[in-house]
Design a protein around this ligand. Structure first.
Ligand SMILES: CC(C)(COP(=O)(O)OP(=O)(O)OC[C@H]1O[C@@H](n2cnc3c(N)ncnc32)[C@H](O)[C@@H]1OP(=O)(O)O)[C@@H](O)C(=O)NCCC(=O)NCCS
Length: 225
C-alpha cells in the first residue's frame, strides 16, 4: 500500500481458478469497482502501514484519500494488480510492477491526499509512504500488495496468486522477482522462502521505525532463469 503505486494491473493476467486453494477461488485482474473491497482488505492486512501513514485514528480518511487517488487515475492505478475472488468477494490481492509500466501520477495522489487530509496531513502521509518506495530495475518483476483476508488464510490463496504473478513476470521476460517484507513478518517470510525467494539485503530506516514501528525491511529475490 503506497500512495502512488500499490495498485498495479496487467492486462495479460487472465482470469482463472487458483490451483491449490481449498475453496473455489478465481484469480483475475483488479477492476475499478474493486477499489473499495481492496482498500478494506489492505486496511486490515496492512494495519501497521495504514496506522503509520495516516495516524492511529486516521485510517478511514486514509482509505478515502487512496480511493479518490486511485479512482482519478483510473486503470493506470490498477495496472499489475490481481485479486483473488471467492463467492463474489475480494479475498486477496497481489501486484506485479515492472520498469516498463512507469511511475504513477504523483500529482493526482498529492491533490487527493491534500483534499482529504489537509496540506500537512498529506505531506506527512506521502512522506511516510515514500519510505517504502522501491526503484524497479529493468530485469525485475517487483511484487507488492500481497494480502489475504484473515478468514481465508492458510488455504493456499497467497501461493496461488504468487504463482500467477511469477507466470506473468516470466511472460514479460523478467530475470528475477523482488519484494520487500518487514523483518518481523515471519509468516510472510516463510511463505516467500517456501516459494524459492532468498534474503538479499536488509534496509534499515529510523524513519520507518518512527512511522511504522518496523526499522528493518528485507529485500527478497527469486531468480527466474
Ligand atoms: C502473508 C499472507 C499473505 C499469507 O497468505 P495465505 O493465503 O494465508 O498464505 P498461503 O495459505 O498461500 O500459505 C502458503 C505457505 O506459506 C507459509 N505461511 C503462510 N502464512 C504463514 C504464517 N502465518 N506462518 C507461517 N507460515 C506461513 C506456509 O508454509 C504456507 O503453507 P502451509 O499452510 O501448507 O503450511 C497473509 O497471512 C496476509 O495477508 N498477511 C497480512 C499481510 C502481509 O503480511 N502481507 C505480506 C506483505 S510482504
Amino acid at each position: 500500500m503506497t500512495a502512488r503505486s500499490q495498485a498495479i494491473a496487467g492486462p495479460a493476467l487472465d482470469a482463472a481458478p487458483a490451483a491449490g486453494a481449498r475453496a473455489a477461488v478465481e484469480i483475475r485482474p483488479a477492476r475499478l469497482d474493486d477499489i473499495k473491497p481492496i482498500l478494506t482488505l489492505h486496511r486490515e492486512a496492512f494495519a501497521d502501514k495504514f496506522g503509520g501513514a495516516f495516524g492511529a485514528s486516521g485510517a478511514e480518511r486514509g482509505v478515502r484519500a487512496l480511493a479518490t487517488a486511485w479512482r482519478r487515475q483510473g486503470l493506470l492505478a490498477m495496472r499489475g494488480m490481481i485479486v483473488a475472488e471467492h463467492a463474489g468477494e475480494v479475498i486477496g490481492t497481489a501486484s506485479l510492477r515492472t520498469w516498463e509500466m512507469g511511475g504513477d501520477e504523483a500529482g493526482t495522489a498529492e491533490l487527493a491526499f491534500q483534499e482529504e487530509l489537509g496540506l500537512w496531513g498529506a505531506a506527512r502521509s506521502l512522506f511516510a509512504l515514500s519510505l517504502l518506495d522501491h526503484r524497479i530495475e529493468r530485469g525485475e518483476g517487483f511484487i507488492s500488495d500481497v494480502a489475504v483476508m484473515a478468514s481465508h488464510r492458510r488455504g493456499g490463496v497467497a501461493r496461488a496468486m504468487l504463482a500467477r504473478v511469477e507466470q506473468e513476470a516470466r511472460s514479460r521476460n523478467k530475470r528475477f522477482l523482488g519484494l520487500y517484507v518487514s523483518a518481523a513478518n515471519h509468516g510472510a517470510r516463510t511463505l516467500y522462502h517456501s516459494l524459492g525467494f532468498a534474503d538479499l539485503r536488509t534496509r534499515r530506516s529510523l524513519m520507518a521505525r518512527l512511522f511504522f514501528g518496523q526499522a528493518s525491511w528485507v529485500y527478497m529475490r527469486k531468480d527466474l532463469h
